[in-house]
Design a protein around this ligand. Structure first.
Ligand code: UDP
Length: 313
């Protein structure tokens, strides 16, 4: 069935890949973005498609759609620590006022509404790997709180609109994701290391590099998002991520080997509240969505290196 689908944050890294998937499936896609971290370049190839529309708009202000909306994916929020801390109060507004605007829009249209939540709701986790039942270890007053607590209250709002107004919600918790179209100035580990390696600059490891993350390639991630949105009678939250865990040191070594770079590893102070370990428990996604990631780290990193090779040459 052809649907009218709104994607907020649609010009961002994950949002633009999701728009690709939905446009290819023949849906009419309205892509909303304030272009703070998203970019026109990410969606340039979609602009002449008849079933794609771009609207420059910030969800902190209410949005009124011209057509009936069947589904809304809410991805609008800066997601890298560097970007979400640049204007912490705006980040909180996106996750409170912005989310209330999105939920109000969904209520008006009777649309199913999807929230891109995050593994950051688990904070610096004391349970490893993290299942959805874990309630997290978040510092409410630290520099990451604007995002972590913002995303937590966004989940609360989604569940309250579901309970109070019967809204059809779908909540996913996205773990570290990488791939083409990550912003060059994103500041995240994979993009930073690849850019530094390609430029033969020092690879700056924060802390001693023993902290861990698990990385999901973006095509796997958006497939999981769409599967979750298509589920009947399952609201989540559900973890989406790749459970292959490695240390930041290991990521650096892999990227150095793949690029054949002359870069040296150097060590910088660890940012405050940087989680020590993170790996998704994806049993729920496997059981309920029949989803699991397919793209291995080597293959995904190669594609990402190719992309940055074009962008930063
Ligand atoms: N990191 C690093 N060097 C960088 C960027 C990040 O060592 O240039 C570390 C960071 O301290 C964290 C991990 O890599 O421990 C992942 O950071 P990222 O910002 O990608 O995402 P996070 O999972 O912290 O949101």
């Amino acid at each position: 069935m052809r649907m009218n689908i709104l994607v907020t944050g649609g010009a961002g890294f994950i949002g633009s890949h999701l728009c690709d998937l939905l446009v290819s499936a023949g849906h009419h896609v309205l892509c909303l973005d304030n272009l703070f971290t998203g970019s026109r370049a990410n969606i340039a190839h979609l602009l002449d498609r008849p079933n794609f529309e771009f609207i420059e708009h910030d969800i902190i202000a209410p949005y009124y759609a011209d057509c009936r909306l069947d589904q809304i994916y809410n991805l609008a929020c800066p997601a890298s620590p560097v970007h979400y801390q640049l204007n912490a109060i705006r980040t909180i507004k996106a996750n409170t006022i912005g989310v209330i605007n999105v939920l109000g829009l969904a209520k008006k249209h009777g649309a199913r509404v999807f929230q891109a939540s995050t593994s950051e709701v688990y904070g610096d986790p004391q349970v490893h790997p993290q299942p959805e039942s874990y309630r997290g270890n978040v510092n409410p007053t630290g520099p990451r709180a604007c995002y972590d607590e913002g995303k937590r209250v966004a989940e609360t709002l989604f569940f309250d609109y579901h309970r109070k107004h019967g809204l059809e919600i779908r909540v996913v918790r996205i773990f570290n994701t990488y791939g083409p179209r990550m912003a060059v100035d994103d500041g995240r580990v994979v993009s930073n290391f690849i850019i530094q390696a390609l430029k033969n600059q020092d690879i700056a490891i924060y802390g001693d590099g023993t902290q861990t993350r698990a990385f999901c390639f973006v095509s796997d991630l958006v497939t999981g998002c769409e599967k979750m949105m298509s589920q009947e009678n399952f609201v989540g939250p559900v973890n989406l991520g790749n459970p292959t865990e490695l240390t930041v040191n290991e990521i650096a070594d892999k990227i150095l080997a793949l690029t054949g770079s002359q870069s040296k590893k150097i060590f910088r102070p660890l940012p405050e509240d940087d989680p020590k370990r993170r790996r998704p428990d994806i049993r729920l996604a496997k059981e309920t969505l029949a989803w699991e990631p397919k793209v291995g780290l080597e293959e995904g990193l190669k594609k990402t290196v190719e992309y940055f090779h074009q962008v930063v040459k």
